[in-house]
Design a protein around this ligand. Sequence first.
Ligand code: NAD
Ligand code: 89Y
Length: 342
Amino acid sequence: MGELRGGLIGCGFFAINHLHAWRGVEGASIVALCDRDPNRLAIAGDPFEIVSRYSDAEAMLGREKLDFVDIATTVSSHRPLVEMAARHGVAVICQKPFASSMADANAMVAACRDADVPLMVHENFRWQSAIQAVGGIVGRGEIGAPFWGRVSFRSAYDVFSGQPYLATGERFIIEDLGIHILDIARFLFGDVVALTARTRRVNPAIRGEDVATILLDHENAIASIVDCSYATRLAVEPFPETLIEIDGSEGSLRLSQGYQLVVTNGRGVHRRDVSPPLLPWASRPWHNIQESVQAIQQHWVDCLRERREPATSGRDNLKTLALVEAAYQSAATLRKVDVGSM
Ligand code: NAD
Ligand code: 89Y
């Protein structure tokens, strides 16, 4: 199989990271761009020297010979674009949040399954090297069987200047950021049967919730807490670090601010710096997210070539989205929600 040919749809704020990362991915390259906004097309197309540019995704899919499309638009356009790619028989990566309802998410997964088209959601946080290091320790049983965990993201970083739409939606932190943290909880502790959530809006300048606290009951009797805030001022701003605590039958693990990992078990106390690499095109403090973009895109290419289902396939992501929906329902009703009912 030669180099895979990709088309990028959506050339906005975050897509620039995709484009940089595609240059570092082995076995694929982006050969065409699409955006409805001509300025965005030029800002992405000129520096990356991609000459095939379209304002209409249907035209791009009709004219270009593509192995996959990489959809980096915001959520409202995901369903029409994913279904369009499926009709053209072209494999799809779609940014998170995959959908704003389970009905849309189920429809996209069904469309790709029926068209026999691979589908991956760009759920990249679990691909951060610090999170992969934590997953490796848990997976190798170095702290025994986990019985409790906390996955935490607390910050006061101004995400609204780069992504102004985050300030205007009825939903904010769970749908935008908590979705990653819930996915990390699934990655580390397994699937979830029920949850209880509480939310708050602290910042009066935005419409949605900017604080969420979620208690998860996992299938294997692990209890975990996912907590997120964009209203937390700290001495040293941690954005965009995810901090993790895990207690297991044979030891414990702490991933604390500054990418410091401490594992305590019968063999003693082991400290490691798991700071992400600063890729040549990356910039602090986004570099751990940027590194995970390259990692997930490489995973996608490897999976396509080996005909494997990606870790965060559309089918897998339905379980993360169900946690988002359940969290909003729990926060609205102040009740525990059965995730299977989503
Ligand atoms: P943005 O608004 O800056 O860019 C979206 C672009 O898509 C715009 O240029 C718009 O013109 C274009 N577009 C929309 N619909 C289109 C269509 N039908 N055809 C062609 N072009 C279309 O948004 P953004 O901040 O770059 O966010 C994009 C997505 O990336 C969001 O879903 C966001 O949640 C996600 N995101 C993910 C991460 C991550 O770490 N995974 C980080 C930031 C943002
Ligand atoms: O959109 C969000 C994401 O996915 O990662 C961080 C972010 O950019 C702001 O919360």
